[in-house]
Write a protein that binds this ligand. Structure first.
Ligand code: NAD
Ligand code: LMR
Length: 328
């Protein structure tokens, strides 16, 4: 039996947390041979509800779940953790843009970054889900000086999955037939879902859909899908977000293979001319807990303008929270 992975979920009693914890415990994230210890973190006011989540996890009798820790103490929550999934934050409500949340949520991620730095495993992998996810991930990474920024990421996998779902629907093909989807940029309305390199059942996506459809329908629909869900449910997406967390962590840990890639927001290293020092979504391949940004994709003027718009937004977000980024 493998040694259990310690997996921390913050905001574990919230909507995403409730959809996520059971899937991690069942083995969907790390596979059927990999036991886990769940370290579930919540604010003090949510401890009663967190206790209920813990009771339900016990009642599932998951064979792979070796222990459950419930806590409102970040030091305990992140102690020796191998995978930290930072969900705990306020979601936006109807009519709000993600930027409205920046100052409200940013402080959570500076203190959690420090706590991860001090208490987590030195090989920890961190995924930030709480919005604005990219900038929160930048804050967390910047407050963890003993860890490498490559250990931090933010979630654009939900956007990636949404784009695949929409394209499969439009072309009457299976999601499993679609490879090489790319989402560039920020998890926000400026993101750029790009199907230039997509293959669908062995043919290029643009043999099956028109460029006009992509520009006029697909891109804005995916950019605004989060708001569309909030409008319909009265609540932010939760089950699909938890599903994307499972996909993101599974692929980061277990690898994509080299036939396909996924979208992950990671620290920009200047690839494709994107400014360094922001968490930007790129196409990546993964292997053994490491990612490589896919290089050499051709970008035309339209593509570059889309990347620029998202880069600009992330630079503006970074300026708003500059006081939370330690000076070197
Ligand atoms: P929710 O309000 O249902 O749950 C959030 C939970 O976080 C609450 O239980 C709250 O008590 C807890 N929390 C708040 N501050 C905390 C802190 N400092 N430490 C630990 N826990 C804390 O919200 P939700 O629907 O689960 O969404 C959570 C976040 O995820 C939101 O910011 C939302 O916008 C974001 N989100 C991101 C994506 C993405 O694709 N990146 C998708 C969906 C939602
Ligand atoms: C989403 O994309 O569903 C979430 O980020 C919620 C939101 O605020 O849009």
């Amino acid at each position: 039996m493998n040694k259990p992975f310690k997996v921390t979920i913050t905001g574990a009693a919230g909507n995403i947390g409730y959809a996520l914890a059971f899937r991690v415990a069942s083995g969907e994230m790390f596979g059927p041979d990999q036991p886990v210890i769940l370290r579930l973190h919540e604010i003090p006011q949510a401890q009663a509800s967190l206790k209920g989540v813990g009771m339900e996890l016990e009642d599932c009798a998951f064979p792979l779940l070796h222990d459950i820790v419930l806590t409102d103490n970040a030091e305990i929550g992140f102690r020796e953790t191998d995978y930290a999934i930072l969900v705990g934050a306020k979601p936006r409500s109807k009519g709000m843009e993600r930027n409205d949340l920046i100052t409200e949520n940013a402080r959570i991620f500076s203190s959690q970054g420090r706590s991860i730095n001090d208490h987590a495993s030195e090989n920890v992998r961190v995924l930030v889900v709480g919005n604005p996810a990219n900038t929160n991930a930048l804050i967390a990474a910047s407050n963890a000086p003993d860890l490498h920024p490559r250990q931090f990421s933010a979630m654009t996998r939900l956007d990636h999955n949404r784009a695949k779902g929409l394209l499969a629907n439009k072309t009457n093909k299976l999601v499993a037939d679609i490879t090489r989807m790319t989402v560039w940029g920020n998890h926000s309305v400026t993101q750029y879902p790009d199907i230039n390199n997509c293959m669908i059942d062995g043919v290029s996506a643009y043999e099956l859909v028109s460029r006009d459809w992509a520009i006029d329908h697909m891109i804005p629909r995916i950019q605004r899908r989060g708001a569309e869900i909030i409008e319909a449910r009265g609540l932010s997406s939760a089950a699909s977000a938890a599903d994307a967390v499972v996909d993101h962590m599974r692929d980061w840990c277990r690898g994509t293979g080299d036939q396909d890639w996924v979208s992950m927001s990671v620290m920009s290293d200047g690839s494709y001319g994107v400014s360094e020092g922001i968490m930007f979504s790129f196409p990546v391949t993964t292997k053994d807990g490491e990612y490589q940004i896919v290089q050499g994709l051709e970008l035309d003027e339209f593509d570059r303008s889309r990347l620029k718009a998202s880069e600009q937004e992330l630079l503006e977000e970074r300026a708003i929270i500059a006081d939370l980024l330690p000076k070197n």
